[in-house]
Unconditional design. Sequence first.
Length: 260
Amino acid sequence: MPTYKLTIEYEGTRYSGWQAQGNTPKTVQGHLQRAAEQVLGDADIGGAGRTDSGVHAAAQVAHLRAHKGVDPLLLSRKINDLLPHDISIVAASRASDRFHARHDAISRVYLYQIATRRTAFAKPFVWWIKDKLDVDAMTRAAKLLEGRHDFSAFSDKRMKEEDSRIVVVTRCDVAAAGDLILFRIEASHFLWKMVRKLVAFLVEIGRGNAKPEDLAARLKKNAANVEPTAPPSGLFLEAVIYRGETFDRPLEPIVPVVRR
C-alpha cells in the first residue's frame, strides 16, 4: 500500500486539536482525512503528535496510506486545494510502506511564545504577560528540566493511573527575542498538557513567585500537581525528529511580534 510522509502546518485556533473524534468534527486530522479521501478514495492518516485544542503546528508530520500511487507533489497540491486556509501541507514524499509518523519518531520539539507587550496582530500566537519577567531565572530553571525525570506534577489529572510519567528531555532553552520570550523543549514524548504546565511554572519563576529550585523539587513521582496551565495560543509543535535526522535551527519566533 503506497505510503506518504506529509509535513503539515496549521493554526489551531479554530480546531479541537489534531486527533479526529466522532463527536468533534472540527479537527485537523478530520479535515485532512476528508480531503485525502476525495483525492485518493480510501485513505488512512495518522499524526506524530496529538496537539490539543487551540495548539498550532509549524511542522506536524503524518503518514498517509492509500490504495493507489500518486506523485507526491501533485498529491499535496490536490489535497491543499480542498483544505481550509489555516491548514497546509508544506512537504510530501514517498515513504517506506512501514513508516508510522508516531511510532517511528524519536523526539518532538515544542516552542512556546510569551509576549511581553500587548499585540494587536499576534494575539492568537502568544500568551501576553503584563508583569516583567526575569529571563535569566527562567533560563536557569529550564536547564534543570534536561535529562530523565518524572513529570507527574506537570501532567493532566485525567491521565490513566497506569501510564508512565517518565520523560527524557533532550534539550530545553529560554531566550528573549524582541517583545517575546521563547521557550523550546525537545523530548522523547510529552504528557498531556505537560508543556503548558511547565510554561506556567516558568512564568511564576520569572515573576519571582517561585525559584528554579522549586521546579527541580517537582520533578519526582507523586509530586503535587501543578494547577496553572498556560493557554494553548502560544504553543507550537515545531518539529518531529526521525532516526538519521538532526534539529539545529536557531531559537527564533515562529510568528514574530515586531515593534515598528
